[in-house]
Structures are given as structure tokens and as C-alpha cells.
Design a protein around this ligand. Sequence first.
Ligand code: GNR
Ligand code: NI
Length: 165
Amino acid sequence: MALLDILCFPDERLRTRAKRIEQITPAHLQLIDNMLETMYAAPGIGLAATQINVHEQIIVIDISEDKNEPYCLINPQVISHSGKEKMEEGCLSVPETYAEVERADSVVVSYLDRKGNEVKLEADGLLAVCLQHEIDHLQGKLFVDYLSRLKRDRIRKKLVKQQRM
Ligand code: GNR
Ligand code: NI
């Protein structure tokens, strides 16, 4: 296994739209293992392939306390959503930055698991937020895009300065 480098805002590669996976290969399964290892090491509760500069539709999530309930979702899609909820979010690609974002408070997501089985997952609370956050990454979207331009520019300046050091 291996730890992968995570891209940081404002890196333009985070704006790439990930491609659907037509056929799951052994290389994808290896990538998923490395993504899980990278997420646990970070530590984070989710990771999208976009963040490690792979532009295929894969996300991993584990919101469990004991870090032993990994989800791996291939070609995830929100097929329905309801309600609204505000939650404080962070992102491994926007280090040391937290802000409230409003999203649907419950979602149904369809995806392929690592064996290629079609799965439908109904989620609310933190899992629903995390699913929406990760699916956004696959579309080149970051949580800072929901903030005002002023706030986003402040965050950009802070991170550009940090990345020079
Ligand atoms: O580790 C993470 N925590 C988190 C907290 C609130 C809302 C979303 C997240 S996802 C984030 C990991 C990450 O950046 N995934 O893309
Ligand atoms: Ni993120």
C-alpha cells in the first residue's frame, strides 16, 4: 500500500471533472486501498480520487469512530435529496479551514461497489454531508465555492502564502 499526495486549493487540477468508470480493474482496486490508507492517515472521513489527481469517479468514506466501516463508491450519483441542513465542513484539500455549508440533510446515492454491484444508499446526518462533499469533488467543486467570494479569496491568499513556505 502507499500514501498518496493530496492536492490543495487553489490547485486548478481540483477543478477537473472525473470520468465514469466503465470497467473496474485490479488497478482500480489497488487505488481504492491506497485511497483508504491515505484517508485514514490524513486523518479524514472521506477522500475523492480528484484530490489525489486521479480523474475517475471513485470516493472512499469512513465516518465510524473506530475507523472500521469503510465505504467505497464508484460512479456515485445523488438520485434524490430532501431537506436542508447546515454543518461545519473542512476538507483535506483546504487545510485548517472550516466553514458552515448548507446542503440537503438526506440523500439517496446510487453507486457501484468494488465488485461492480449496483447499490442504493440512503443517508442522513454526517454521512449525507460527506457523500455530497465527495461527489462535489468528482465534479471539480469544493466547499469553499459555497462561501462568499470575499471569504474564498481570503482562504486562497492564506493557503497560497502557506504553500510558498
Ligand atoms: O475529513 C473530512 N471531514 C469533513 C468534515 C465535515 C464535512 C466534510 C468533511 S470531508 C473531509 C475529508 C475531505 O476533504 N474529503 O474530501
Ligand atoms: Ni474534501
